[in-house]
Design a binder for this molecule. Sequence first.
Ligand SMILES: *[C@@H]1O[C@H](CO)[C@@H](O)[C@H](O)[C@H]1NC(C)=O
Ligand SMILES: *[C@@H]1O[C@H](CO)[C@@H](O)[C@H](O)[C@H]1NC(C)=O
Ligand SMILES: *[C@@H]1O[C@H](CO)[C@@H](O)[C@H](O)[C@H]1NC(C)=O
Ligand SMILES: *[C@@H]1O[C@H](CO)[C@@H](O)[C@H](O)[C@H]1NC(C)=O
Ligand SMILES: *[C@@H]1O[C@H](CO)[C@@H](O)[C@H](O)[C@H]1NC(C)=O
Ligand SMILES: *[C@@H]1O[C@H](CO)[C@@H](O)[C@H](O)[C@H]1NC(C)=O
Ligand SMILES: *[C@@H]1O[C@H](CO)[C@@H](O)[C@H](O)[C@H]1NC(C)=O
Ligand SMILES: *[C@@H]1O[C@H](CO)[C@@H](O)[C@H](O)[C@H]1NC(C)=O
Ligand SMILES: *[C@@H]1O[C@H](CO)[C@@H](O)[C@H](O)[C@H]1NC(C)=O
Ligand SMILES: *[C@@H]1O[C@H](CO)[C@@H](O)[C@H](O)[C@H]1NC(C)=O
Length: 404
Amino acid sequence: MLSLARAGTAALALGLAQPAAAVLVYVTSYSGTLTSLNLTLAAAEANSTTGPKASIQQLAVNKGCAPQASWLTLDKPNGILYCLDESFGNPNGSLSSYKTSWNGTLTQLKRVETPAGPVYATIYGEGGKGLAVAEYQGASFSSYLKDPESLAVVEQVTWTLPHPGANATRQDTPHPHEVILDPTGKFFLVPDLGSDLVRVFLINQTSLTWAPVDPLVTPPGTGPRHASFVIGDKNQTYMYLTSELANTVTGYEVTYNANNTLSFKQIYEAPSHGAGTVVPAAATVAEVVTSPDHRFVIVTTRSDSTFNITNFDPKNSTQLVSDSITTFSVDHSNGNLTLVQLFPSGGQIPRQFSINKAGTLLGVGQQGSGRAVFINRDVQSGKLTGFAGEIDIAGQVTSVVFDE
Ligand SMILES: *[C@@H]1O[C@H](CO)[C@@H](O)[C@H](O)[C@H]1NC(C)=O
Ligand SMILES: *[C@@H]1O[C@H](CO)[C@@H](O)[C@H](O)[C@H]1NC(C)=O
Ligand SMILES: *[C@@H]1O[C@H](CO)[C@@H](O)[C@H](O)[C@H]1NC(C)=O
Ligand SMILES: *[C@@H]1O[C@H](CO)[C@@H](O)[C@H](O)[C@H]1NC(C)=O
Ligand SMILES: *[C@@H]1O[C@H](CO)[C@@H](O)[C@H](O)[C@H]1NC(C)=O
Ligand SMILES: *[C@@H]1O[C@H](CO)[C@@H](O)[C@H](O)[C@H]1NC(C)=O
Ligand SMILES: *[C@@H]1O[C@H](CO)[C@@H](O)[C@H](O)[C@H]1NC(C)=O
Ligand SMILES: *[C@@H]1O[C@H](CO)[C@@H](O)[C@H](O)[C@H]1NC(C)=O
Ligand SMILES: *[C@@H]1O[C@H](CO)[C@@H](O)[C@H](O)[C@H]1NC(C)=O
Ligand SMILES: *[C@@H]1O[C@H](CO)[C@@H](O)[C@H](O)[C@H]1NC(C)=O
């Protein structure tokens, strides 16, 4: 480690090329594949404004998280990857555990059935012993023992709606779309697209059970999907919620009450492209992620077709239609967001993306294009600078995760 760091510093000082950095990346697709990639970033060319280019090599394809792999959660310290499979049209989806390895080979350890349509999983509880899963189609929320050989159910609930929501086609039943932890790890937050709620649960850290507390009620027909937290420089807690049906980003200041509930005060709301913008009617905002330094919030908008970009195939002169990624800076004094940049996602329907730990690279799953795209990012300005590389993956790409 030390000698590598020294070599890097010496190379910098001499203006020499940095040693190439390789990272494993996992990608899921609705074609039922879980693909391992080796992504190597070359040294950036002198005076490049777009950042380094990546070479991307496919290492292995696993077909055990099928028929419709939808989500990946990595337990890095234990070298275990959890994969969800939505399994459309079937009464049950599935949850699998995999052992990772240095060469990208994934060994499936266990596969269990879940309620229908699992879409998001989060590790929780003391020692990270639990895995909570939002099951969109089944209107269920479950937690499992994270032990990769067990995956036994800890607790499970299924919800119903007395009548469909304001958007009857999308809000026919509750549709939990995500489960995340608040920054203290004491609460689950479960945006429920069907019920116009962000459900909140207090976690028992040792038994791994959870109990509902006062939810955040969102306006009818907005369809909350995903959320992400920012910790302000005075330890304020801000939460940014993407609402798929309204195509909005809403900011809240969150306070912790003495009675073990959360209160939410709205502090920001605008379309997914920012305040004062008009986004095409077909647009449905999807992912929201906080930058590692908590200075920026990054959002993907699906089906806005905001850009035509140069084809990734240099021999093909036909431009590609691209949806967008919006970067906002966070005003830590009040949680307000300011538009920094609208950038092409590199394809259609950017459902999900991950940011690497250094904050220098995004891995974006383009569900409508069968493609994983890697985008360079400038940590200081928060701006995306250029495409590092891409790889076509058969089917609808649903999740891209860095093994780091
Ligand atoms: C990958 O690594 C594992 C564990 O070291 C080993 O068992 C396996 O043979 C390797 N596979 C390939 C394709 O190199
Ligand atoms: C990934 O690529 C780099 C650079 O080409 C190579 O050094 C490394 O061995 C590769 N890793 C695997 C697991 O194939
Ligand atoms: C599978 O689906 C059925 C029908 O919805 C449900 O009753 C059952 O609990 C599910 N199985 C599991 C393991 O979640
Ligand atoms: C329901 O949401 C979809 C977006 O998924 C939108 O196209 C449609 O217009 C909405 N319908 C109503 C009644 O608001
Ligand atoms: C958590 O659950 C355990 C086991 O059921 C129980 O003994 C403990 O009192 C619970 N803790 C809290 C804070 O409710
Ligand atoms: C920050 O706020 C959270 C939530 O109220 C609290 O649990 C935590 O102790 C605070 N941290 C500091 C350093 O004050
Ligand atoms: C918990 O406390 C908050 C803030 O005082 C209050 O608004 C809320 O109604 C209380 N909830 C319950 C269930 O007591
Ligand atoms: C993209 O190209 C198509 C076909 O030429 C055109 O109709 C469309 O307006 C272009 N979109 C943008 C955002 O430039
Ligand atoms: C060129 O790219 C377009 C847009 O992706 C695609 O439809 C077309 O098949 C490509 N042509 C060739 C020869 O690959
Ligand atoms: C929020 O940011 C926008 C854009 O920078 C600005 O116009 C607006 O005045 C800010 N509002 C507050 C309350 O800071």
